[in-house]
Design a protein around this ligand. Structure first.
Ligand code: ADP
Ligand code: MG
Length: 703
């Protein structure tokens, strides 16, 4: 079907644009056609019925509007600082208006005399309040032009402003466009949805979002557009999930047999927590259902996910299948291998480890035993997804710390079988519920929301750099009591060289304060060869080294129960979820543990808030929620590879949680009653899904 949709017209053809401005709009705002401009929404609105008096002005105010008179122009400064200024006066005082550009035009068109309305951001220079490049218009003309009390403000850039594409002029372009669109814009939601949920029609919403006549109308327009944006994201996720389960038959793991039972009865070192039991039930239900499992297991650090993973694998083995775990680092894969081998002692199950540093001979053995089915569990890193690793009957794939993997890596593991295996992805980065609904909206979610009993909560403290000696004293006492200590340095990709310098300097200081032979210090960072890493880790694990100086490579999974102090250097540079992960490395034994956040004494408000949350809360979900509110969804780990293929234009994953849940339920209802979306009343849905997502299907989550 060919449609000639006026909204697809090139933006060049809009009155007031032309080739040069079109190019700028392309480059600066990604506006290519009429639709892009129509959906370039204002970021805020200014109440143009409100006027300030000059005596009320101060430089902290946002944009203000004032009525008054120009008392005369003068030229000040030289060269680049050369500017036109005007004294602007109302009955309460005088301010300066300043122009660096377009000065002739200003003084020519706005002579002293009539009353003007000016609009801009107050600043201050030499103790006098000024406004640089204000909008200016004669009072009588203004009342004519402004039909709406709420004036839309659009974000713009310096380049655009240089070419007169100010917020005001973008607004004019939007006005020109709406005038061109004489016919009512076609609905992008089925009419039954618009009616049933009391939504404003699309045509109205798009007109009113640019030119609202009042706050109520604006709210309705915004709601309609947010509803639609979030609804299609959810509908797409749920449609994807539904299609997958219609298409993929899952292996049926019907029995819980000898392996599982003998582990449960003889080897399980402790009672499962209620949360672990609940999650096992959910997984068992999936595995026996005949549908392919795609489940996300969320559980805070130390909540015991490994055990859940192992028991799930035992069910696979009981049913004659192989299972594998993929972990993001060698250290972690190694540790899983050791933990799991130890837990399976005395049970006849073959477990192997495959990482980048596995020897050729070992690889050969692994390859053979995968094919002759004698190998039951393969644990490894990215090495698992190499083409030459072939399973003969892979039934269950477990991905640990899944946010560390790219979407593509995950799906490659999944493709290791003709038949899709069951998939369990685990994460210790708690994701707020509504965010998870969008990021992992096509997965079922299980949560371990309880820690094993007997854990003493970690005490968290904050010190600044000048209190370093106090911290060293504290560390010394802890070591005297037989404890071990981590010092962690940030490692941000962009400033890697500087970060390694910090690490080296830190190491120097620490080795001076804790000299050998009394103390033994181990070091661990990403640039070390695997064998060296292993040696360092072992030194610390076996208790020979009292101190481990490291970068964030230790963030995931490292388990040394005797370590009771985590010192995090430059803590202000870490994200909250990272701090929380790091803190999770201590508090694993029975003793009181401590997390010490070191920072400079000059902190931004936001950084201070983040550190405060760490001190106050040990609940990963609360911390993640705060992170989301403070930094927005873009900065949350894992968002970059999310299932959202385009920028959100109007909704906000941090603030619109309730609406997300609401539209998700609506989308689920629709997919339940019309799983193939073939009902004619839903035809619009299919069209829109195709338009919004067709080219972008490859982002789709792990399967
Ligand atoms: P994570 O969820 O962070 O992967 P782990 O699986 O590494 O957590 O478990 C953390 C620690 O808790 C391990 O030492 C593990 O043996 C222990 N653990 C797990 N489940 C229980 C339980 N039900 N009771 C007591 N300790 C447990
Ligand atoms: Mg773990």
């Amino acid at each position: 079907m060919i449609t000639t949709d006026i909204l697809d017209s090139n933006i060049t053809y809009l009155p007031g644009v032309g080739p040069k401005r079109a190019e700028l709009l392309n480059k600066e705002l990604s506006i290519y056609n009429f639709r892009d401009l129509l959906y370039y929404f204002p970021y805020k609105y200014i109440d143009r019925t409100k006027y300030y008096k000059i005596e009320e002005l101060d430089p902290d105010l946002p944009l203000v509007q004032i009525k008054g008179f120009i008392r005369g122009y003068s030229t000040e400064g030289h060269g680049k600082g050369k500017r036109l200024t005007a004294d602007f006066q109302d009955e309460t005082g005088t301010i300066k208006l300043v122009w660096f550009k377009g000065t002739k035009w200003i003084s020519g068109n706005y002579p002293p005399g009539p009353e003007y309305v000016i609009f801009g951001k107050p600043g201050v220079f030499n103790g006098i309040i000024n406004i640089i490049h204000p909008e200016i218009e004669a009072s009588d003309k203004l009342t004519e032009r402004i039909s709406s009390a709420l004036q839309a403000q659009y974000s713009t850039t310096e380049k655009l402003k240089d070419n007169f594409l100010t917020s005001k002029n973008i607004s004019k372009l939007a006005g020109n466009l709406l005038k061109q669109l004489k016919l009512k814009l076609p609905e992008t939601l089925p009419s039954w949805i618009v009616k049933h949920y009391g939504l404003m029609e699309l045509d109205q919403a798009l007109r009113k979002i640019h030119f609202p006549s009042g706050p109520e109308e604006l709210e309705k327009a915004r709601y309609r557009l947010k509803f639609e944006e979030l609804f299609y994201i959810q509908l797409n996720l749920i449609r994807f999930k539904t299609n997958r389960s219609l298409k993929n038959k899952g292996f049926i793991f019907s029995t819980v047999g000898t392996y599982f039972n003998s582990f449960y009865n003889n080897n399980l070192p402790f009672r499962l927590t209620e949360a672990q039991k609940k999650v096992m039930k959910e997984i068992r239900r999936d595995l026996g259902s005949g549908k392919q499992m795609n489940r996300l297991l969320q559980g805070d650090v130390g909540s015991g996910k490994t055990l859940v993973a192992l028991m799930s694998m035992l069910i696979a083995i009981d049913n004659g299948y192989q299972a594998c775990i993929m972990a993001p680092t060698e250290i972690l894969a190694n540790q899983h291998y050791q933990t799991i081998s130890a837990l399976l002692r005395g049970i006849d199950i073959k477990v192997c480890l495959l990482t980048g540093s596995s020897k050729k001979a070992d690889r050969k053995i692994i390859a053979e035993s995968l094919l002759d089915r004698s190998l039951n569990i393969l644990i490894g890193t990215h090495a698992l997804i190499e083409d030459n690793v072939r399973f003969s009957n892979l039934g269950l794939v477990i991905i640990d710390e899944q946010h560390r993997f790219g979407v593509e890596q995950r799906s490659r593991l999944w493709q290791k079988n003709l038949h899709p295996p069951h998939v369990l992805v685990m994460t210790a980065t708690p994701i707020p519920r509504t965010l998870a609904m969008t990021l992992y909206g096509d997965l079922d979610v299980s949560v371990i929301d309880e820690l094993p009993p007997g854990r003493v909560p970690v005490k968290t403290m904050h010190f600044n750099d000048r209190e370093r000696n106090k911290v060293f004293g504290f560390v010394r006492n802890q070591i005297r009591e037989g404890r071990q200590v981590y010092f962690v340095y940030p490692l941000i990709k962009e400033s890697e060289t500087m970060d390694y310098k910090d690490l080296e300097d830190g190491w120097d200081t620490i080795s001076r304060v804790f000299p050998s032979p009394e103390y033994c210090i181990s070091i661990l960072h990403g640039k070390m060869a695997p064998a060296d890493k292993e040696r360092s880790m072992k030194l610390f694990k076996d208790g020979h080294a009292q101190i481990l100086v490291a970068t964030t490579v230790i963030e995931v999974g490292v388990d040394v129960p005797n370590a009771s102090v985590m010192v995090i250097e430059s803590a202000e540079r870490f994200g909250l979820s990272q701090l929380h992960q790091l803190r999770g490395r201590v508090g694993r034994g029975a003793d009181q543990s401590y997390c010490i956040l070191m920072s400079s004494d000059k902190l931004s408000k936001e950084a201070l808030k983040r550190l405060e949350v760490m001190i106050r809360s040990s609940d990963g979900f609360e911390i993640a929620e705060t992170d989301l509110q403070l930094r927005g969804p873009g900065d949350i780990e894992g968002t970059q590879q999310s299932g959202i293929p385009f920028d959100l234009k109007i909704s906000n994953l941090a603030r619109d949680g309730q609406l997300i849940e609401y539209v998700r339920r609506i989308a689920e209802g629709i997919m339940n009653t019309d799983p193939t979306l073939s009902d004619t009343k839903n035809a619009v849905l299919v069209m829109e899904l195709r338009r919004l997502f067709s080219l972008k299907q490859s982002w789709s989550n792990i399967s």
